[in-house]
Write a protein that binds this ligand. Sequence first.
Ligand code: ATP
Ligand code: MG
Length: 570
Amino acid sequence: MNEKSNIEKNEKESLNFIEQIVENDLKDTNKYKKIITRFPPEPNGYLHIGHAKSICLNFGIAKKYGGITNLRFDDTNPEKEDIEYVNSIKEDIKWLGFEWNDKPYYASDYFDKLYEFAVNLIKQKKAYVCELSPEELSEYRGTPTKPGKPSPWRNRPVEENLMLLEKMKNGEIDEGKMMLRAKIDMASPNMHMRDPIMYRIRKVKHHRTGNKWNIYPMYDFAHGQSDYIEGITHSICTLEFDVHRPLYDWFLDQIAEKGKTRPKQIEFARLNLSYTIMSKRKLLRLVKENYVSSWDDPRMPTISGFRRRGYTPESIRNFADTIGVAKRDGIIDIALLEHSIREDLNKRANRVMGVLNPLKVTITNYPKDKTELLDAVNNPEDETKGSRKIQFSNQIYIEKDDFMENAPRKFFRLSVGKEVRLRYAYFITCNDIVKDENGNITELLCTYDPKSKGGKSPDGRKVKGTLHWVDAKSAVKAKVNLYDRLFVKENPDDTNEGEDFTSNINPNSLKVVDAYLEKSLKDAKPEDKFQFERLGYFCLDKESKNDNLIFNRTVTLRDSWAKMQKNNKP
Ligand code: ATP
Ligand code: MG
């Protein structure tokens, strides 16, 4: 095989199955002028990381093949929808780095058109107004193994159907008394084909159409039709809709005109993440029942939550790319998502020093009123980020954990009689401990080696431990939010009888500490990201103020994913 065909082959192999479908369709030059995909959120909650996957897929494919993507609000369920959600969805998509075609579309803009389709179906004797009660309806539908039976209203005359649909629309019929059903096949092995409901009566106000409508279309009688109206070529959705596809196609068969683009539904496996729930209904409960502070609480798996936590759009897009597109459901390890943000922030985030659990250290041989400025590298991964000056004096803070009174032999940090390096500063040796009346350690008394400036050994002698620290005289105070997983179980829905997912909530998912940080952080702006040396990546919270700094820990530095990959290597 020559080199060129090798490359071609590799490119073929790396296409996911949806890209293969699109490429084949594009070869058929008369079929589509341009690829048009859509992202169709229902505005009944904030977008989560699963939606991010779908956004990356829909916008990504269109972009790759020179097409466009519509944002369409699937707003056919007036009770649960809200303008707050509409706005958050737009903001999240933009933040992720995608641009929709034209203006946002709304399924509710097509209510007139859908009504027209329904009237035509009635005229073709393919739809009828049914008056079965909900109980009768489910009895008549049969079961997957038992065929259903025809509704007594199935053969209503066309004129009567038209008149009743009109009355339903005008609010002259009570909720639950009538519905419009498609006339398909009550014996179909696919339950969705057993005369599915097209319209139900709901006398509620819609966030866009107000009180104009008293009937609202069901998902199956809105989604594919909206795709068709917009000229969508590839309608990508999650796997649970594969059983709806025959119905999607049946409706298209009735309404699609020759020469117009006929959308094609393609299903892929939804993203599931360990230790994470993604149902909007459950996420709403977390907010409403105050398990978290808001939809964008940094513990939430929402796009806005990840953003506030310190994730970057690039890290989320890379994650979506890495996991690829599957045809079968699975669970992705959340460690992979965390790995993705570490990789990104490692390159992007400047290093700084902060102490989360401070222990005062006095350097007894350092002049009391002297301060000096030492050089600290901003990002060892990126020389262009340069260096900054950090202040040193005779009083500093180190991490409580970095000192042990009765240290085992392998403890390489500080204890009495031991020497460590203070990053970018000096070697220090601990000589004494100061305790309060309860025996708690309140201060360490140390001496420094003036010849070890910059943390460099003056004579080749080695120290094993390097500690981060901050100068006590210039440090700024900050509240730091340390997050842990929101759920204690890999599958939060795995509960005992009588319990629900809330019983798996981690009671220690948030710990707030008062920290001391180096002075340079005083001027950080919301969403600025840093690596606090040895402690993790942190992001300034959106509610932080100059005199009241709040940082959120995005992730620690321990990369369990990278470690797993390394251990799995032969
Ligand atoms: P939920 O069950 O959380 O309410 P949904 O599917 O009802 O989610 P929609 O607003 O209808 O939410 O979803 C918009 C789009 O996002 C749909 O095309 C849907 O298939 C896709 N989507 C939703 N959840 C996921 C997920 N976990 N992985 C991939 N795509 C998803
Ligand atoms: Mg939905």
